[in-house]
Design a protein around this ligand. Structure first.
Ligand SMILES: C[S@@+](CC[C@H](N)C(=O)[O-])C[C@H]1O[C@@H](n2cnc3c(N)ncnc32)[C@H](O)[C@@H]1O
Length: 392
């Protein structure tokens, strides 16, 4: 027995700890849990739980309200879009329905069978640009060509050549086997896959089994075993020049030039200069891929550098992971003409130039090297058999 009348020091510790916890509980309501006063404890617990429920309900309500507001806004935009005569395709927005529709489009179905990085919706932009060039600018009667840097397995090139008119030359530029020229490994081109895909698709389009405007006399080049209107340039695009590698007298200037080769800033700048300042028809369009893809910051840097140097073209639209550029004097014409064919979400300034911001596709939301792959991307890959080149 000690001086306080306890039989052992452990009993003293127990009493002390009980007193301490009830004193602490008076200061901190959450500690009431440990209090011996059951009535007090239960009351505090009930109040705490009900406060939590209220906060949760308020948060839920706010979230629901915000979601409803966003939905309403989207619907309003759609109504506006479809009620203005030209936005007839506004309903294309929306996953499954869109995929079904796109698979019904024969050219899109052909493109979808080829591995690569081209979003099928981009074909609506291509067709609108093509229609503008034919109907407004009268390019049908002039000698012109189509060109792409970075053709990979032929996916985006196929979309481009589906626009081919009568005797147009289609120029495919890629370093293919010579990957030492591919500075940042933006994708490894494969000539045999490219040739196989493109030849097969041309046969289908020629047979009229598609909705393409495509024209081809059926002649195959004996050297390349490709349709004779296709000119393949196996080279580092950054070392090419108009004089050395293009034959403007024979093929005419390029009316649509797609750039999807090396994605470094220097290569992008050089490819833009070659395409826009050296080879482009004055009413032509340059299409720059991956500008807003966070994996390839070199592309937007290269574009900034090009615009800083006051090149010939300026951006007029952003759609499906690509930026579209043309001469400043025809920006409005193109903007007016593409509007009926694509979902235009808003207008926004890009490097001081007002651009149409059109619908984005899947690639713009996804980093190619990210894991795990989101479900919707897996769905897209399954439907369109896209090869994303995920690293092993
Ligand atoms: C991203 S892939 C192109 C994808 C293709 N446009 C599509 O949508 O299916 C990039 C391509 O550019 C090629 N490439 C990379 N650097 C190049 C260079 N300096 N010159 C020419 N081609 C290059 C690669 O071989 C590869 O085929």
């Amino acid at each position: 027995m000690n001086a306080c009348g306890f039989s052992s020091s452990s009993s003293a510790r127990r009493l002390m700890s009980r007193r301490l916890s009830s004193a602490a509980a008076r200061w901190h309501p959450r500690l009431h849990r440990f209090s011996n006063d059951d009535g007090e404890k239960n009351g505090a617990l009930r109040r705490m739980k009900s406060r939590r429920r209220t906060v949760k309900a308020e948060n839920g309500k706010q979230l629901r309200e915000a979601a409803a507001r966003r939905k309403e806004e989207d619907e309003r935009k759609h109504v506006l879009a479809s009620s203005s005569s030209c936005f007839s395709s506004a309903k294309r927005e929306g996953g499954k329905d869109e995929n079904k529709k796109e698979r019904k489009d024969a050219v899109k179905a052909l493109v979808s069978k080829v591995s690569g990085f081209y979003e099928l919706g981009g074909l609506d932009m291509y067709r609108a640009i093509d229609a503008c060039q034919r109907d407004v600018f009268g390019l049908t009667t002039q000698k012109t060509s189509l060109a792409e840097i970075g053709v990979y397995h032929g996916r985006s090139f196929l979309a481009l050549i589906s626009l081919r008119k009568n005797d147009e030359t289609c120029i495919a530029i890629d370093c293919f086997e010579n990957q030492a020229d591919n500075a940042d490994e933006s994708g490894v081109g494969d000539y045999s896959k490219f040739r196989k895909h493109v030849t097969k698709a041309c046969e289908v389009m020629k047979a009229g089994d598609s909705n393409a405007n495509f024209e081809w006399d059926g002649i195959v080049d004996s050297d390349t075993a490709l349709p004779s209107f296709i000119k393949v340039v196996k080279a580092d695009s950054t070392k090419m020049t108009n004089e050395a590698d293009f034959n403007e007298d024979k093929d005419g200037p390029v009316r649509i030039f797609s750039i999807d080769g090396s994605h470094t800033s220097e290569a992008t700048f050089r490819d833009l200069t070659l395409a826009a300042d050296e080879c482009l028809h004055e009413r032509g369009v340059v299409i720059l891929d991956d500008c807003f893809n966070p994996d390839w910051p070199g592309v937007i840097s290269g574009l900034a550098k090009y615009l800083d140097a006051s090149g010939r073209v300026v951006p007029f639209a952003i759609a499906y992971n690509k930026v579209y550029l043309c001469h400043p004097s025809i920006v409005e014409t193109y903007q007016l003409r593409v509007t009926p064919n694509v979902v235009v979400r808003k207008k926004a300034s890009l490097f001081g130039r007002e651009c149409l911001v059109c619908k984005h596709g899947w690639f713009s939301h996804v980093s190619r090297k990210r894991r795990p792959v989101p479900k919707r991307v897996v769905y897209y890959i399954c439907i369109h058999r896209v090869c994303l080149d995920f690293p092993a």
